[in-house]
Design a protein around this ligand. Sequence first.
Ligand code: ADP
Ligand code: MG
Length: 515
Amino acid sequence: MFRVKKLPEDVVKKIAAGEVVDRPASVLKELIENSLDAGATKIDVFVEKGGKKLIQVKDNGEGIHPDDITDVINRYTTSKISSVDDLYSLDFYGFRGEALYSISSVSKLTIVSRVKDFPLGKELVVEGGRIKYVGDTGAPVGTNVKVIDLFYNIPVRQKFLKTDKTELVYIVDTFVKYALIHTDKHFNLYIDGKEKFNLSPESIEERIKRIYPRLNNLYRFSAENEVGKAEGFVSLDESLSKKGIIYINERPVKNWVLSKVLKSIFGKNFFVLFLELPPYFVDFNVHPSKQEVKLKKDAPVIELVKKASESIKTEPVKKVYTVKQEVKNYSKDVEFKVLGQIENTFLVVYLDGDVYFIDQHVAHERINYNLLRKKYLSQSIEKKKLKNALKVELSQEDKLKIEENENKLRQFFGFRVEENSLDIYEIPSFINSKDAESVFFEILESFDIKKPIEDSLAEIACKSSIKAGDLLTDKEAQSLLKTWILTDNPNLCPHGRPIYYKISLDTIKKAVGRK
Ligand code: ADP
Ligand code: MG
């Protein structure tokens, strides 16, 4: 018989830690939030080996009182709230008093801190939740937290971490989310000893551009309604990788409903959205650290966001088509009668009792997509060398993504980059060198979490296809049509648009009263 027993303290600690800390980036989030809560105006972040070896955050905030230094690693100890009512006053990021407790139990933690009223600071060294050393030390006013060897005492968790480079992508992402909203503060990031970001107080537009140097065409938008204020920026630059960051009351958040709405408004364009809502309207407590928030009511916030976005030019919402017309199955010897080309865009074709108006671009896109997908799956894309390597402007995140995915870029997509400069010197044969850059960024974007590879392949297929407006010779038209009709889905393009419109000869006969 199993008997009920209390879990040992160190097991409890490790379980609790799992709720707050799941990877180096979540440690960084907690440390940056603590520095901001302490009123810091300068925050320096150092990471080593994707944060697995070291995550360090040094600030010039108010510091920790020397008598409190050992308390900060206890559970539910916080200087920020004292009653339930305070839970909804959102002046601070932290209020659970759980972060340092959790972090300290799954790492080797050092905190050095001094407040301005004391000449000396305190140093605290903790290992796996146990205090190893406390003592006086000289230190500048502020706090310096080092988290070393994360999960050193939980090998299972350590194993679940991704490669250093991937963890680094999450780290940079986290850093950027806070640096973007606190533009009045200095934010520096050093990765394995090298400076990656060095940001001084500046305007929000400047900061966005410094963080995403490739960004152009930045538009501001804003609106107000009875529930709150919305303000944001969107880039109408097509080649920029998709990214959308939502803030509510200065917290980077995730909200499924809002993300869906924003996607339908901005499509794949970069945006940042700052929402100001009354505290009671937002529940930040859905997940301890996952950033998912619940809104009291979705409708007025959606209305607010839509109103704000109307002040700028936006992409039309993507329409979903259903297949109303279908082509029959044909064999290789299908014969088309090409009647002509309208506006160098539609091929007019007679086949088997029907007249087809075929959108040449999307028909070609279907062909290219299928081909591309096959080559992708079999890793057999042909490459060509460029005479002059292509220099592209890369953000820090792009560089990490390239380093992390070099093999994939080469084997699956046919792109090769020079090791140090990251210039592109080999591209897939089927694309024009003038399209190489945008296709390259499209692929980089597909390395973002959650974007299905099919979407990217469709984009690439689109770039390498005949355009509306291209004049086709008879021979070209014939060969296009034959390949198109034998594809597995000649009805819809990979983006979901119908490829043709057809009218049967019977309908035409009826219309003119011919029996
Ligand atoms: P919380 O942020 O929820 O209060 P934490 O575990 O993150 O809980 O931190 C516990 C306490 O340690 C904080 O309430 C604060 O008093 C103190 N503290 C942590 N980091 C800093 C810092 N960088 N500067 C000043 N005080 C800090
Ligand atoms: Mg905290």
